[in-house]
Ligand binder design. Sequence first.
Ligand code: ATP
Ligand code: MG
Length: 518
Amino acid sequence: MLATAHAAALVGLDAWPVRVEVESARGPNGFILVGLAEASVRESRVRVRSALFQLGVDLGEYVIVANLAPADLKKTGGAFDLALALATLGAIGEVPPDSLASTLVLGELSLTGAVRPVRGVLPQLLGARRAKIPCAIVPEANGAEAASVEGIEVRVASSLDQVRQHLRGKTPLPLANKKAFSPCFLPGADLSDVKGQHAARRALELAAAGSHHLLMIGPPGGGKTMLARRLPGILPPLAHEEALEVSVVHSVAGILPADSGLLAIRPFRAPHHTVSEAGLVGGGDPPRPGEISLAHLGVLFLDELAEFRRASLEALRQPLEDGILTIARARWRATFPARPLVVAAVNPCPCGHAGDPSGRCRCGADRVRAYRARLSGPLLDRIDLHVQLPPVDVGSLRAASGGECSADVRDRVVMARSIQTDRLRRGEVGVSVNAMLSLREIDRVATPDEAGGALLAAAVDKLGLSARAYAKVLRVARTAADLDGSDGVHVCHIAEAVQARLLDRVAGAESARQELSP
Ligand SMILES: Nc1ncnc2c1ncn2[C@@H]1O[C@H](COP(=O)(O)OP(=O)(O)OP(=O)(O)O)[C@@H](O)[C@H]1O
Ligand SMILES: [Mg+2]
């Protein structure tokens, strides 16, 4: 007898439908599995046979032939176990063979027949909805994730026997619990905890408002990590569509918390500086998203930037430019979204105290220069805002409370973002955040007034700002104006944006010094 079940194979974030066809015949014991099944899928024969044995079904008297179609699509992982077991039950007449005709089945089996969670349930359910499959059976721990996909009936299973009873029409499987989506913010990480550091707080607000990447330079213990961790809390709350995009990436990576619906908090990823290139941008076969994609629509924090491998950082260039990352292999091409806000932190020198008025730095000019040279590079070119953090002064530390709370700053950020979205709606620009304004769009919406233009010209002249830095100053100035609710870009906005080109200013000052030295 022939029975079929629906499953899916993941390629990047896409789920491709897979038909699990099982044919059985009485005969010498055998279980043949075809259809480009990787080792992990081939092993599923052992799990299926053992799980069925626990139900009192002995395959010893059957020859089972299973086919995973289409045959040219590679199948990996344990998620085909449940579909294979159920189609086998259908093929030997233990459940009605057509009972699975309109149901997507996902789940890994233990040897005892327990149904284990699998990764990528969310995109696989979205794929099933596209393929007009009306029902799904998923592992219990994946229920809330699956139920966040509208328009498909999701039932959850914790054991193979439960599913058998359901398909026999005896005890229906419970429907998955749908969790209401309510965006929120990480508790216990509020900006009001941060004392002093006014320039850095303002830079954080500009970064959030215009989606500008940010570099913080400062001594150890000055609050760089503390500030970076508070950035997601001043970004606008996740919209439902955004939460879906972010959750799909986390689901494919297998890190969506068990029993959680859509992610409600913007991601914050802080990979260690020893992270490999693949860890940062993604890769592998099957392809997995890297940190840059896991931080999509959230924050990618590169702490101790000078310690990262140069090759890893350079691999970030293309995805940061395009907002998307494509990994191509001979047989497949996987695409992952990659639009995080990058925040990097670094000490000013190896000991971390260069520039400290107390003169405690003993690094020497050459060591400081060599250390800073590790920072120069294409990634820095993509960072709009540089801010220097001084050591926190005792007066600020003794103050009873820090500055404004995250909610107040977030209100201004949300207002500035809505001004940018309106500009997009009016057709003045083609992007929704200032950090992505093209040169032509900058001309249209960020041309400064006369005094601002004069200040900018002087900055270009004196500091030797490059054409790229010039455009960045105008993008940041546009954000400062949006935070002010100002239509025009004025001299104060240009001044603030020039101030935020710290590294260019340092480089400009150094080259000016060199020109002057005999
Ligand atoms: N501005 C601040 N306001 C209040 N507490 C602070 C501030 N800066 C630092 N601290 C305290 O010092 C601790 C260390 O700060 P943090 O880890 O952010 O420093 P850092 O600049 O990242 O240092 P490093 O360069 O060593 O990584 C914080 O957990 C906090 O308790
Ligand atoms: Mg730190």
